[in-house]
Design a protein. Sequence first.
Length: 460
Amino acid sequence: MTGFNLAELLAERGGERYDLHTRHLNHQLPRMLHTIGFDKVYERAEGAYFWDAEGQDYLDMLAGFGVMGLGRHHPVVRRALHEVLDAQLPDLTRFDCQPLPGLLAEKLLSYAPHLDRVFFGNSGTEAVETALKFARYATGKPRVLYCTHAFHGLTTGSLSVNGEDGFRDGFAPLLPDTAIEMGDLEALARELARGDVAALVVEPIQGKGVLPTPPGFLRAAQELLHRHKGLLIADEVQTGLGRTGDFFAYQHEDGVTPDLVCVAKALSGGYVPVGATLGKDWIFKKVYSSMDRVLVHSASFGSNAQAMAAGLAVLSVMEDEQIVANARRTGDLLRTRLAALTDKYELLHEVRGRGLMIGIEFGRPKSLGLRGRWTMLQAARKGLFAQLVVVPLLQRHRILTQVSGDHLEVIKLIPPLTIGEREVDRFVDAFTAVMDDAHSGGGLLWDFGRTLVKQAVANR
């Protein structure tokens, strides 16, 4: 019998993975992975763990940049996808109304009762693009405000409200949007006074640096926006679905009712790309104002049955397994234990965040010997020390983490929301061992640092 056999293909060609990427995809990715020693070969994954060919386990504190909210291969989500495939539904006919999108929209809106309708796309950046378009059309105003250091996506519209120059450079001209400092209500009022602002888009906790909005900012911003007939857009692509210990992160602040809310990532169950934009009835009715405009905003794969089934399964698991409460409880435990180390290690400056979205920030030490090494790294490239911590966490302790953003001395922890005390113990023990090495005055961490400094200088 001939035909496609996935298992045979992987067995035959799987060993070429890094070569294939080098030749046919983003060639800088394997180069970067080889440089920092992240070029592992993982064979399988389940929950919060990977396993390599030797059977060694790796703790995942990254969750695919937040996609794997329930961990990898949750049995309920897997079963739902098997069921929807086996059902052979007449999917994406474009000229009918299938039940699954309506059911998922109904369930999502139950967590945001002040909102009324949902548009389904395929990613977080699409969810943001939808919100930008809807806000501009509904208000009749062209400009959207965003916060410095924000990350809302990398397609042209969402890139226009991206607060990181490194992502924007070389892609101008972008849309006519304006940055303000997060928390700066005076700047917000000044821009709104010009009369052309459709909305402010904001992450309740910025992923870059893990920076929460100041207390009271979201509510005050909402009041200012509504006074000037503008909208508040909450980007919950990473913070939503329980990540911060509430279903949505904006719910940490009383009285905040965004006009549009963007979600994605964890809604997928880690399987099928999906994005959703939740909004108020009047906004949707203005965009879809007549039958002539029925397809004025759409997505070819939006509302597909597989994505809808995955989303429904994810929300069911979240309720059945009390995922939001676990994220709050486990996150409090992890953050408290890490924060207790700031008195012990002078290189460790702050631990912040909410739920299972935690930032560990490093800073200039006081002692002369450590300060000299720190200065050497900063001169080569800001953010290098945080990378030096990430590397031994993986290499020596088999824990996958990430630096929170380019040129930042911050490690971001966004593990699966299913982790518990065992994973907290493992991470804190490993992190303590790495910090002991960093403060010893020698050690593998600083040796590797000198190697990276030489490479950074050579690449200039």
